[in-house]
Design a protein around this ligand. Structure first.
Ligand SMILES: Nc1ncnc2c1ncn2[C@@H]1O[C@H](COP(=O)(O)OP(=O)(O)O)[C@@H](O)[C@H]1O
Ligand SMILES: [Mg+2]
Length: 363
């Protein structure tokens, strides 16, 4: 007997998306079922291309449908239609951007910019369209981190972002010399951030990652008040785990109703290259997790201390590019997957008013 669409859907129904706690069939992820004799083809459309269980879904779907009597061949195409989140009245500022992710820290030097760029790259790697806005007006580091330099063009009063590693990039560092100290007064910071949000042609993006100024001072505050943020990540280091800073950060985002997706502990431990089984927690273990627990947010991961981060950083090669198989790169990928899923779940709870239906074929 020939297989039917109903049979295929029944076979797929037991596959449950752990984030939504529902079947992928019920969620409407299964699309375009085509049956030709013993050959079955269909598409699974996820809510983010950065879904960490993508391969698992694909394998399970293939297996289940192939097990149906009368089926000889199964082709599963994985795609994503990135969900975006309603983010208040400022949403109109970045009409083509589906999700904005703020990367914040209590202090400078903890690896905020490193985390921001590697999360951006990991999302890009999975097939998402991604921009990175270096809003750290006091210490713009994007030119150094990416090796991308030059002055962005303006077309019809719109500033065109530069590109590097497949990301759209914008930084104050593209406009001022890297050696000249940047001294901004409050109103100037306000103006600059407003320009980065209003006058830059970001185009259609699944994610805009924003490297925030450190701390909870004027510059950071301005951004959280002006930018339509979907979520935030707070970066800390193991040797500087300040509960007070973390709380301040959390409060800053709470004030503008931006969910803090979690805490990243950077430079957590060291693995000597000649002793790959050892992990030295030089500054103590589990501190970031405790801080996360105390302030009531999720813990997203521990990034190891790796000299290649510094080495690559100085050459404009982020660790995801410089040492893609390193543990540090792996952790950044894992964190980006968690972030993407959290944003997708938030979006599902409060979808954007006008959600365009563009789909990306996931790589
Ligand atoms: N996991 C890591 N291992 C080793 N060095 C790191 C790591 N994360 C960041 N660094 C280095 O620490 C310094 C500060 O990082 P950066 O991302 O510029 O911090 P921030 O943006 O918070 O000021 C840089 O030299 C960077 O290369
Ligand atoms: Mg920085």
């Amino acid at each position: 007997m020939a297989v039917t669409e109903t049979d295929v859907l029944a076979a797929l129904r037991p596959i449950v998306d752990p984030d939504f706690g529902k079947s992928i069939v019920e969620l409407g992820f299964v699309k375009g079922i085509a049956i030709e004799g013993p050959r079955v083809a269909f598409t699974i459309e996820l809510t983010t291309p950065a879904c960490p269980v993508k391969a698992e879904f694909q394998r399970a779907a293939e297996e289940r449908v192939r097990a149906l009597p009368g089926v000889a061949e199964v082709a599963v195409t994985m795609t994503a239609n990135t969900r975006g989140r309603a983010v208040g009245p400022q949403q109109a500022l970045l009409p083509g951007v589906r999700n904005t992710l703020a990367v914040a820290s209590g202090k400078g030097g903890v690896g905020k910019s490193t985390t921001a760029i590697n999360i951006a790259l990991a999302l890009r790697e999975r097939g998402a369209s991604v921009g990175l806005m270096d809003a750290d007006v006091y210490g713009p580091s994007l030119p150094l981190l990416t090796g991308v330099r030059g002055r962005p063009d303006a077309v019809e009063k719109r500033i065109i972002p530069l590109e590097g590693y497949g990301l759209k990039l914008m930084s104050m560092g593209f406009f001022v010399g890297e050696d000249s100290p940047v001294i901004w007064r409050g109103p100037m910071v306000h103006g600059l951030i407003s320009q980065f949000l209003k006058d830059v042609e970001w185009g259609e993006l699944d994610y805009l990652v924003i490297d925030l100024p450190p701390g909870t001072g004027d510059a950071a505050l301005t951004l959280t008040q002006m930018a339509p943020l979907s979520g935030a990540v707070i970066v800390t280091t193991a040797n500087d785990l300040s509960l007070i800073d973390a709380r301040k950060g959390l409060r800053m985002f709470e004030k503008v109703s931006v969910p803090v997706l979690g805490i990243v502990e950077n430079m957590s431990f060291f693995v000597p290259p000649d002793l790959p089984d050892r992990r030295y927690y030089i500054f103590g273990e589990g501190g970031g997790r405790r801080v996360a627990q105390e302030i009531g947010v999720d813990f997203l991961g521990e990034v190891p201390l790796d000299p290649r981060v510094v080495e690559g950083g100085d050459k404009g090669r982020p660790i995801l590019v410089h040492a893609p198989d390193s543990d540090a790169a792996r952790v950044f990928r894992d964190i980006s997957g968690k972030v993407a899923r959290k944003l997708a779940v938030l979006a599902e709870q409060a979808p954007r008013a006008a959600d365009a239906s563009i789909t990306w074929v996931a790589s």
